[in-house]
Design a protein around this ligand. Structure first.
Ligand code: HEC
Ligand code: HEC
Length: 429
């Protein structure tokens, strides 16, 4: 039984550790500090230059660490020499941060958190979205033989921690059902199940996986999530939501998965395939990614308003599809801890602001201009055949026309001076 005073000290340590029981773990700027500064200080010391007070931007490490005549705002490892810590703990109301009349305040625990952060080195971190993921080292596990893939290390390590054992491998019928759904979105056929049950070779499961990966259904399954991210639709989105022709782009995505297109090509061709040297039709089709946004066919709209709306949609989608970032808050204002400024937003906007299009697309619901003919390979062959056939028919027609003229002249000549002409006229009358 600890002495009551020790118990109290223990409780305080836990109370001051954000999140409760992390007393021993070093504080993380992104996890423990940024939100606190943003919530209580950025109103006057944040990214917004218009509201900045005391020439201090707490969001900017370079500004926090720069030498100042009244003493350093933050001395890493030395809270007692850091003006920041002094200003939050001081009992002098004229100096206290945040200023009492701002209506903002820090609790004792929050002040302690900031002090501890400074004594632990006062390190800043970039926005978490910009920290490149690091490969974690594989954790120790109780049964190395069970592990087949590096991911299994993490699963088993966690099971070990919980005192659990892995479930036995699923029976074959379940296995083939699961993997077929996972890779194609469809159930296995009876024949496929029977073949797998009958295949007793050690790589039977691997063979099933290879067969599924080679199936065209694989690309269809894999494309589903990307189509959602890219806001794919077969209709225009506004008013009566009339149909649009976009399936050629959809099929490009499916094909990209089926031919295992690398991610950099996948990204490049969708964003700007038309700008690649000697762009192929397929690469141009890939840029349909940028045209998946809703189109209006409403005659009464303000053209420019909707055109800008389409450009914004491209910027937003590019942001969350390729950068994993909410990109559109900065459309209207700089933000307390949004790493994208309004200037960044409109710099990016400019790249997408060059499509020769209208906000109101002339009431053409199926394909909005600018558009290209995008026949499939099959259709191209057929088109060529039809073209040849057409040329032939046109030749015949032309021949018939020239022939007709000559025949008519000959007929007219045969009538000339024969007296029949007058009779004909009478008949016609
Ligand atoms: C409502 C506005 C407001 C808020 C909120 C605010 N401050 Fe201040 N802060 C000021 C003003 C005004 C000054 C400059 C005048 C002064 O030094 O008192 C200042 C000055 C400072 C300074 C001194 C800068 C220097 O160059 O010496 C520090 C450090 C500071 N603030 C830290 C903080 C911290 C930390 C928070 C949040 C916990 C915070 N402030 C919240 C208004 C604010
Ligand atoms: C269409 C324009 C627009 C977009 C987009 C927008 N905002 Fe705002 N935001 C505003 C306006 C205007 C205000 C000021 C409102 C007021 O003063 O009443 C504001 C105010 C705020 C405030 C309050 C700021 C303060 O200091 O009181 C926050 C926080 C905020 N927005 C966050 C966001 C976030 C997060 C997003 C993205 C999810 C976002 N905004 C997207 C226009 C926008």
């Amino acid at each position: 039984m600890p002495h009551p005073r020790n118990l109290l000290a223990l409780l305080l340590v836990f109370a001051f550790a954000p999140g409760g029981a992390r007393a021993a773990e070093k504080l993380g700027y992104n996890r423990d500090i940024r939100l606190l500064l943003s919530d209580r200080c950025y109103k006057c010391h944040g990214p917004d230059q218009k509201t900045r007070k005391g020439e201090l931007s707490l969001n900017d490490p370079a500004d926090v660490l720069r030498p100042r005549k009244d003493g350093a705002v933050l001395v890493p490892g030395k809270p007692d020499e850091s003006v920041l810590i002094d200003r939050i703990f001081t009992t002098d109301e004229d100096d206290r941060m945040p200023p009492p009349d701002s209506g903002l305040s820090l609790t004792a625990a929050e002040k302690e958190t900031l002090r501890r952060w400074v004594s632990e080195g006062g390190e800043f971190e970039p926005h978490w979205a910009f920290i490149a993921p690091k490969k974690a080292s594989l954790p120790e596990v109780s049964d190395k033989a069970w592990v087949r893939h590096s991911v299994d290390h993490f699963i088993l390590a966690r099971l070990d921690k919980e005192g659990l054992k892995p479930s036995p491998e699923a029976e074959r019928r379940t296995l083939i059902r699961r993997v077929t759904y996972d890779l194609t979105g469809l159930p296995p056929t009876r024949e496929e199940i029977a073949a797998f049950l009958a295949d007793r070779s050690p790589d039977a499961y691997g063979k099933v996986v290879d067969r599924l990966l080679a199936s065209p259904r694989y690309g269809e399954r894999m494309a589903v999530d990307w189509l959602d991210v890219a806001r794919y639709a077969d209709t225009n989105g506004y008013q009566y939501d009339l149909p649009r022709t976009m399936w050629r782009w959809r099929d490009w995505v499916i094909e990209a998965f089926n031919r295992n297109l690398t991610y950099d090509r996948f990204a490049t061709e969708q964003l700007a395939g038309d700008l690649l040297p000697e762009a192929t039709l397929e690469q141009k089709i890939a840029t349909g990614f940028n045209r998946n946004h809703p189109f209006t066919i409403e005659g009464g709209v303000i053209d420019e308003e909707y055109r800008v709306q389409y450009v914004s949609d491209r910027v937003m989608t590019m942001g969350f599809a390729f950068l994993g970032l909410t990109f559109d808050c900065s459309k209207c204002h700089d933000h307390k801890f949004d790493p994208i400024s309004q200037k960044d937003y409109y710099s990016m906007f400019s790249f997408f602001n060059n499509v020769p299009e209208n906000g109101f697309n002339g009431g053409k619901p199926v394909v909005a201009e600018p558009a290209i003919a995008a026949p499939t390979a099959e259709q191209s062959v057929r088109l060529e055949a039809i073209g040849a056939e057409l040329a032939e028919v046109e030749g015949e027609l032309k021949a018939a026309e020239t022939g007709a003229e000559a025949a008519q002249r000959e007929w007219e000549n045969s009538l000339r001076g024969s007296g029949k002409q007058a009779a004909m006229v009478w008949e016609t009358l």
